[in-house]
Design a protein around this ligand. Structure first.
Ligand SMILES: Cc1cc2nc3c(=O)[nH]c(=O)nc-3n(C[C@H](O)[C@H](O)[C@H](O)COP(=O)(O)OP(=O)(O)OC[C@H]3O[C@@H](n4cnc5c(N)ncnc54)[C@H](O)[C@@H]3O)c2cc1C
Length: 472
């Protein structure tokens, strides 16, 4: 399989399976050949769409027998090129869209069990129908699937309060690279019988097994939500505001998003239906959300918090209705969409220790201004998680080649700045293929050795999502 098309035939692959399980039609497979970044393209050898965990296991065993690589695919919203087939060594894409059931929702035990192919939004709606909250929340939740969320350890807006996907998984069902089914689909909250094996597969980017189902923690669905858009003078003021808000609102704080003026301006320019949310422009904004159930007076908590930090806030608005709250979130969404409309841009999801956010942003912006003045930095992030999306948008008329060079330079500048603050080059999206080089440059040898030991133990033939994160 080194650098050449697989020797196996589709007949050998499909023999004995249901006629509609495999597809090799290149036109149809095009939809599964490119991810959201647009940077990775690979037409698979075949696409398999199993309906049951036993079928997944049988497909995996067949691929192993035929020396075919496999890559599991969810909603294809991942941003690191991990879920599309390798163009040089076409793999079998294992698409879990037919395994999309919500198996159960238990509102008394606050747990749901979902097939890996279930779309996140659908799982969230099923939880809501039982007055519960599945708190994984982000822009692509209408397309991303639970298996992808687990395998990327997805974050999002509400990590501050509820944690990453890793914190929400109680159990998993996984097909191993040798075709065995590991049934770890437990719903227990406390279970200390030896190694916590599910953690191996969470955030593994499909390299250690195929997740086929997950048991997820739920929470009481909030009955009140308060949303505010606030303008401040500086990132230092944002951090001072966050420190006070975290104390005064405690766990009622469910989102605290930072947006720089330039990001808002980009979003406003891309949509005629949006106008500046505040009467005077501010250098930085916070989109803040509190949520609660029960008898707490949430508006009063928010107003008391804002009064307490009064001198830090230049201007602001509190949503008076659900529609107004959705409109405030639209400003953030518009900024993200506007970047995509400019063509390919350089995106990151770095993290630094919380107190380092202002110094990191100052240093990264200064480095860009000095060495890459053509690039337009767009920085925003989940403040409470120390997670900054520090992106760089090239001039709109730049060619693909010019953009590529800019991306290389931006990566060096940004990741070197992250290193200075002992941060991470991936807080959310993972390593995949796009950050593999940068990751390998930095990872310590013992960590890499442990990664390789685990991979060799579970997938000695190196057929599953080969070449993602690291090489064996
Ligand atoms: C507009 C937008 C906003 C986003 N916002 C956020 C955000 O706020 N926070 C965040 O964390 N991410 C965010 N993302 C990234 C992305 O949505 C998440 O990484 C998501 O969890 C990926 O899910 P998916 O089903 O699309 O997975 P895919 O893209 O299909 O796959 C992602 C990885 O998981 C593996 N995989 C998929 N399914 C399985 C399975 N069943 N078993 C084993 N491995 C599997 C794939 O092989 C690949 O390595 C965003 C993306 C977009 C486009």
């Amino acid at each position: 399989m080194n650098g050449s098309a697989p020797a196996a035939s589709i007949d050998a692959l499909a023999n004995g399976f249901a006629a509609d399980l495999f597809t090799t039609d290149p036109e149809w497979m095009e939809s599964y050949a490119r991810d959201r970044t647009g940077s990775y393209y690979g037409l698979p050898f075949a696409v398999a769409r199993p309906r049951t965990v036993d079928e997944v296991a049988a497909v995996v065993r067949r691929c192993m027998d035929l020396n075919l690589g496999i890559v599991p695919q969810g909603g294809l919203t991942g941003l690191v090129g991990a879920a599309v087939s390798d163009a040089n060594e076409p793999e079998v894409v294992l698409l879990l869209d037919r395994m999309n059931a919500v198996r159960s929702v238990d509102p008394a035990g606050y747990v749901m069990v979902v097939d890996a192919g279930c779309i996140l939004e659908v799982a969230k709606q099923a939880a809501e129908a039982e007055n519960c909250l599945l708190p994984i929340t982000f822009g692509s939740q209408g397309s991303a699937r639970i298996g992808g969320n687990v395998s990327t350890n997805a974050g999002g807006f509400n990590v501050l309060r509820y944690g990453m996907t890793r914190d929400l998984v109680l159990g998993l069902e996984v097909v191993l690279p040798d075709g065995r089914i590991w049934n770890g689909l437990r719903t227990l909250r406390k279970d200390n019988r030896g190694y916590d094996l599910k953690q191996l597969f969470i955030g593994a980017e499909g390299t250690l097994g195929i997740v086929t189902a997950a048991a997820l923690k739920l929470f009481p669905k909030p009955t009140q939500v308060e949303t505010a858009w606030l303008g401040l003078r500086s990132i230092d003021d944002v951090m001072a505001f966050y420190a006070k808000a975290r104390r005064s609102c405690s766990d009622l704080l469910s989102a605290f998003e930072l947006i720089l003026r330039d990001g808002l301006v980009l979003g406003l320019a891309s949509r005629a239906d949006l106008t500046d949310p505040l009467s005077e422009p501010c250098p930085v904004y916070v989109l803040m959300e509190l949520s609660a159930g029960g008898t707490v007076d949430l508006r009063q908590v928010l107003e008391a918090c804002l009064e307490d930090v009064g001198e830090l806030i230049v201007d602001g608005t509190i949503a008076a209705s659900k529609a107004q709250a959705e409109r405030l979130w639209l400003y953030r969404e518009a900024m993200v969409e506007a970047q995509s409309r400019t063509g390919a841009y350089y995106r990151t999801d770095v993290s630094v220790p919380l107190p380092s956010i202002p110094a990191f942003l100052e240093a990264a912006l200064a480095a860009l201004a000095k060495s890459l003045p053509e690039g337009r930095p767009i920085a925003y992030g989940h403040v409470g998680d120390g997670n900054i999306h520090f992106n760089v948008v090239p001039p709109p008329d730049w060619s693909k080649d010019q953009r590529y060079i800019l991306f290389q330079k931006a990566e060096t500048l940004i990741f070197e700045t992250v290193d200075r603050f002992s941060g991470s080059l991936s807080a959310e999206h993972g390593v995949g293929r796009s950050k593999k080089g940068a990751f390998l440059k930095r990872v310590d040898p013992v960590t890499l050795d442990l990664f390789r030991t685990l991979k060799s133990a579970l997938d000695p033939q190196n057929r599953l999502s080969r070449g993602r994160i690291f090489d064996l």
